[in-house]
Design a protein around this ligand. Structure first.
Ligand SMILES: *[C@@H]1O[C@H](CO)[C@@H](O)[C@H](O)[C@H]1NC(C)=O
Ligand SMILES: *[C@@H]1O[C@H](CO)[C@@H](O)[C@H](O)[C@H]1NC(C)=O
Ligand SMILES: *[C@@H]1O[C@H](CO)[C@@H](O)[C@H](O)[C@H]1NC(C)=O
Ligand SMILES: *[C@@H]1O[C@H](CO)[C@@H](O)[C@H](O)[C@H]1NC(C)=O
Length: 336
């Protein structure tokens, strides 16, 4: 059996190296190879597997964290609610997500709830452990992905110019939709990706793994629509502005001051409204982008229907993206 594991591991490693080599022939992307998702998914609920580990390990508890996790102080990211630093657990680099202020503790707990609820979902960043009650600064530990979020694509392409192709950029769009798709179609859902009032913000909730797939990492603001009793959601309690938020998210009474109690709630169709903006941001303005946007025009127009009921579901948009991807595959080689 040992040989079997070694063999499958080596086979997986070779396949990944081939993929990475193809994308980064001139760059030295990774010293670390992302764990094959099939192996990770073999872990039972409540455990995790990192590259180099032979066995799944149960989620780390407070005492595991006190004993075995060190904070290297390397800053990985910071927002209003959280600060993320690199940590080390038994030689593995991990991401330490610290809550900055008690004011956001409910969001932090929501994040944890969804990270564990969706922990078998390959498009969700892997949960490693947490300690909420016993610490001055509660902590959630997740898998670290050195490429970071796809919201600063220029930085990524500066380091890895070979990645800057229309094929890769459109593949990110498809993956963004795949993330929305499992949120919207989850049996407990739909869940709505609220932190998305501009494309960069939406993409900052995600991480790019070393094998160049997107995972959702931040689920602080992912509320749940409860269909069977008609419970809709609101993205926060403040007034929202601008073209990038869906029309039903805007305060409708121009002459009256904003009043959250009187503001109506809405559903996951707000995510559909934002798809064209996020995807156009990912596609950019480089070679091949105009023709791709032309092909997307039809489906994107439907996403921008003022009436949310008339907007397509994410599965319909994804289907349309996949057929465009197929149709353009041959041409991509020429235009990219
Ligand atoms: C890369 O990893 C993701 C998630 O970790 C997985 O869904 C995907 O299949 C992997 N891709 C390859 C080429 O191994
Ligand atoms: C996955 O789990 C099954 C059943 O628990 C086990 O028989 C199998 O060996 C595991 N495979 C790997 C690659 O861990
Ligand atoms: C709807 O159902 C959920 C549980 O399924 C419950 O928590 C919630 O309070 C209900 N809301 C209303 C308005 O009945
Ligand atoms: C806000 O709206 C609610 C419900 O329509 C109303 O009861 C309340 O008086 C309003 N508050 C203010 C400050 O206008």
């Amino acid at each position: 059996m040992k040989e079997y594991y070694l063999y499958t591991f080596l086979l997986g490693a070779v396949a990944l190296i081939a993929v990475l080599y193809q994308y980064h022939s001139s760059d030295n992307l990774s010293s670390e190879i992302v764990i094959d998702v099939k192996q990770r998914n073999n872990c039972s609920f409540g455990s995790f597997l990192l590259t180099g580990m032979s066995f799944c390990h149960h989620w780390l508890t407070c005492s595991d964290i006190f004993r075995e996790v060190t904070d290297t102080q390397l800053l990985l990211g910071e927002g209003t609610q959280k600060i993320v630093r690199e940590g080390v657990w038994r030689g593995h680099a991990v991401a330490l997500n610290y809550l900055k202020t008690d004011f956001y503790v409910m969001d932090f707990k929501n994040d944890l709830k969804l990270l564990s609820y969706f922990s078998k979902e390959p498009k969700v960043n892997q949960l490693i452990g947490w300690c909420i009650e016993d610490l001055e600064f509660p902590i959630i530990i997740t898998e670290k992905h050195p490429l970071g979020s796809p919201n600063k694509l220029e930085n990524l392409f500066e380091k890895f110019p070979n990645l800057n192709t229309i094929t890769f950029r459109f593949m990110l769009c498809v993956q963004y939709l795949e993330i929305l798709a499992f949120l919207h179609t989850s049996t407990e859902g739909p869940f709505v990706m609220c932190d998305s009032n501009d494309p960069e913000k939406a993409l900052s909730q995600l991480l790019l793994t070393n094998n160049l797939t997107l995972v959702i990492n931040d689920m602080d603001a992912v509320p749940q629509v409860i269909r069977h009793n008609g419970t809709l959601i609101k993205c926060g309690h403040a007034q929202l502005f601008g073209d990038l938020v869906a029309p039903e998210q805007l305060w409708p009474f121009e002459n009256l001051p904003f009043n959250d109690t009187a503001m109506h709630s809405y559903d996951e169709k707000v995510d559909i409204w934002k798809i064209p903006d996020v995807c156009n941001y990912l596609i950019g303005n480089g070679p091949g982008s105009s023709i791709l946007k032309l092909h997307l025009f039809n489906i994107h127009s439907k996403c921008k229907e003022t009436d949310p009921i008339k907007r397509p579901t994410v599965e319909t948009v994804l289907e349309s993206y996949l057929s465009i991807k197929k149709m353009l595959e041959k041409n991509f080689i020429k235009i990219s």
